[in-house]
Design a protein around this ligand. Structure first.
Ligand code: SAM
Length: 197
């Protein structure tokens, strides 16, 4: 299983604001691009992929949406409108939730009112954590176990104060080269690197 966590620091947790923010400063299209590149290949989808989107621009709690491709009956199209529609449905399903509650949204999709830090603590129990960072170990030199989990952000960097905590949980920094890429482009290159093994 390959797991990707996108910490979307600018992404609104209000579904209407999220949809209206495509192409704006929040760049919510990044969420759709990340889902697209995690799940889809030409004329098919990849099995054994989980994506967590953590939306952090909120008045109450971060929303963590979990998409497990093997359990999704109808992924639908790979266009931005379809994929952001799924995100919006998850946000709508989360209305009125208290802290650290979870609700099903549709087959293979859940929403949880949990923070990035808490999510990663949970994942650290049974995943090998990797923080995507241009100053890390080259991906070609890294060995991978069965359950790698890759931590990415949107256009806003990972807060510096978060990084020691991630490293204490075992996260290792890995790089895809010196060029600053979009998170969704990192996902393609990570899949490619793992496909070669
Ligand atoms: C657009 S970048 C974030 C840009 C942000 N301004 C920053 O300085 O981190 C989105 C994500 O991709 C990761 N990323 C971008 N290029 C990378 C590379 N060459 N190697 C590893 N990770 C990369 C970043 O670490 C980040 O998690």
């Amino acid at each position: 299983m390959r797991t990707f966590v996108l910490r979307a620091r600018a992404a609104p947790t209000d579904s209407q604001v999220l949809l209206a923010s495509v192409g704006g400063d929040a760049h919510t299209e990044i969420l759709a691009h990340t889902l697209m590149n995690a799940f889809f290949v030409a004329q098919a989808h990849r099995p054994d992929v989980v994506v967590y989107l953590v939306l952090e621009s909120t008045r109450d709690f971060s929303r963590t949406l979990r998409f497990e491709v093997n359990a999704m009956h109808d992924i639908g199209g790979f266009d931005e409108r379809t994929l952001l529609g799924k995100v919006a449905r998850g946000l709508d399903a989360s209305r009125g939730m208290g802290k650290d509650e979870e609700r099903p949204v549709e087959a293979g999709v859940t929403v949880r009112t949990t923070s990035f830090e808490r999510l990663v603590q949970t994942l650290a129990v049974d995943h090998q954590l990797f923080l995507m960072d241009r100053k890390g170990t080259p991906i070609g030199e890294q060995s991978f176990a069965d359950a790698p989990c890759f931590l990415l952000t949107d256009h806003i960097p990972m807060p510096k104060k978060t990084i020691p905590g991630l490293e204490r949980l075992g996260a290792k920094k890995i790089t895809l080269g010196p060029t600053m890429l979009f998170a969704s482009q990192c996902v393609v290159l990570i899949h490619h690197a793992l496909d070669q093994r």
